[in-house]
Ligand binder design. Structure first.
Ligand code: EPZ
Length: 421
């Protein structure tokens, strides 16, 4: 089984360039299903297993997809979709596969997708997605592990209130409503940068979407969307992960191609803990010459502190001066990294949705495992500062969301390698 082997204690320095955002490219790839008349070329596409998975999903629909890793380009030709069914084995691998339901309903008036399972961090229901589709006039049937949705007379605009500002539900409804008949209003939508990016892309294709990034989105449905090339925004969570790496190793790193506007809560909390953060138009410089101070964090939907940065920030808090409270309000089981950090000497108590972290002088390297994507990133960060050798198993979780992690860390001076034995 492949493992990462890290020898801790190296101070990181230099420049790392951030790749395209996983959580932007996945909905945008789903949205290419709406584009007609020509092929789409997406640029700054990251080299991730999740991109390969959603590409496989599109291929099962009869769509032509080609991923040029060297050019970081992905071309999609969705001029004719032969099939509207997504199979269990792919949807099971990645719940974001469910994002094809909105485009298929809009374009073809039907879709049949295997029920996405839960995952390590929570049950992750799709009730809000289905509430939106039903409001737009789709008939939903669930049975034998599949969800079928049909709208034989097309979708009709509606006013939809999201009980929770779900990122995926907002994206799916946005794509479905873009070709519905009439106006759709989404109240309490997700406001993440990835929502804004998806709306920008749909508007370039001819959609009429206003208000993405605010708490009300208005969509005037159109009859047709024309395929158009697009460049994916940088990955704010990858950027935040390297910022933490710089802080924890008391290094000095320039995070190039990072949009600081997307990282305000993370920057604020790093500054609160005594880390130096300097933002400029091209990136963010992070340096730290002392042990960080303990700070409290509470995850919230954007623009609050991102849940996808909770595990990584907790890794830093395990070696900070003082006691921190980490509260996870978005997912019900996103402390899977705690047990692995404890194995490395971290002192953490879990009380429901809150973890109390008693910062230690040091961590010690040992054998640990990645339990999910961001937990895996947190363990890597801990390994970078732990005394001795840390071996990390189940690194396929990490490969889902980090483009060339080992090469990027080695280029900053980390002692990390990937071994397979
Ligand atoms: C997206 O997942 C991201 N994934 C996640 O990133 C991220 O953690 C999450 O948004 C929150 O920011 C992608 O964009 C591919 P949600 P998504 O729907 O859309 C509940 C990573 O590490 N909910 O906003 O699945 C749900 O149970 C991944 O990159 C419902 O109750 O997240 C959860 O508690 C992990 N009903 C909360 O909302 C629904 O119909 C947030 O889920 C949908 C969601």
């Amino acid at each position: 089984m492949e493992r990462l082997v890290i020898h801790g204690g190296k101070r990181l320095s230099g420049t790392v360039k951030i790749s395209g955002a996983k959580n932007a490219v996945l909905p945008v790839i789903a949205a290419t299903l709406l584009g007609q008349d020509k092929a789409t070329c997406l640029e700054d596409v990251p080299n991730l297993d999740d991109v390969r998975t959603i590409s496989e999903v599109l291929k099962t629909l009869g769509v032509k997809v080609n991923h040029d890793l060297a050019k970081k380009e992905l071309t999609v030709d969705a001029s004719n979709i032969e099939n509207v069914t997504a199979p269990y084995d792919l949807v099971r691998k990645m719940r974001a596969s469910f994002l094809i339901m909105g485009p298929l309903l809009a374009r073809h008036g039907e879709a049949k997708i295997s029920l996405p399972g839960g995952c390590a961090i929570g049950t992750r229901p799709i009730d809000l997605h289905l509430k939106g589709f039903a409001a737009l006039g789709a008939k939903i049937d669930i049975g034998h592990g599949d969800i079928s949705a049909v709208a034989p007379n097309g979708l009709k605009g509606a006013r939809i209130y999201l009980d929770f500002p779900s990122v995926g539900a907002t994206e799916n409804i946005l794509m479905a409503a873009s070709m519905a008949d009439g106006q759709t209003i989404i109240e309490n939508p997700a406001q993440e940068p990835e929502i804004v990016d998806l709306a920008n892309y749909l508007n370039i294709m001819g959609a009429k979407i206003r208000g993405a990034g605010t708490n009300v989105i208005k969509i005037e449905g159109v009859n047709k969307l024309i395929a158009h090339d697009y460049t994916i925004i940088p990955d704010r969570i990858e950027a935040g992960t390297y910022m933490i790496a710089a802080a924890m190793t008391r290094g000095d790193v320039y995070i190039a191609n990072a949009i600081s506007e997307h990282l305000k809560p993370v920057i604020a909390k790093l500054k609160e803990s005594g880390v130096n953060v300097v933002e400029d138009v091209d990136g963010i410089r992070v340096s730290c010459d002392r042990r960080p101070r303990a700070v409290d964090i509470k995850t919230l939907p954007y623009p609050g502190f991102p849940t996808d940065m909770q595990a990584q920030f907790m890794a830093m808090l395990t070696i900070s001066e003082g006691t921190s409270m980490v509260t996870e309000t978005v997912f019900e089981n996103r402390f899977m990294h705690v047990d692995e950090l404890r194995r490395m000497g971290a002192k953490i108590k879990i009380d429901g949705r809150t973890s109390v972290v008693d910062g230690q002088e040091k961590l010690t390297g040992c054998q640990v495992k990645a339990t999910d994507l961001r937990a895996g990133a947190a363990i890597v960060l801990a390994g970078l500062v732990a005394e001795g050798e840390t071996q990390i198993g189940y690194i396929h979780h990490i490969d889902r969301g980090y483009d060339n992690l080992v090469q990027k860390l080695v280029s900053l001076g980390a002692d990390i390698k990937r071994v397979d034995n």
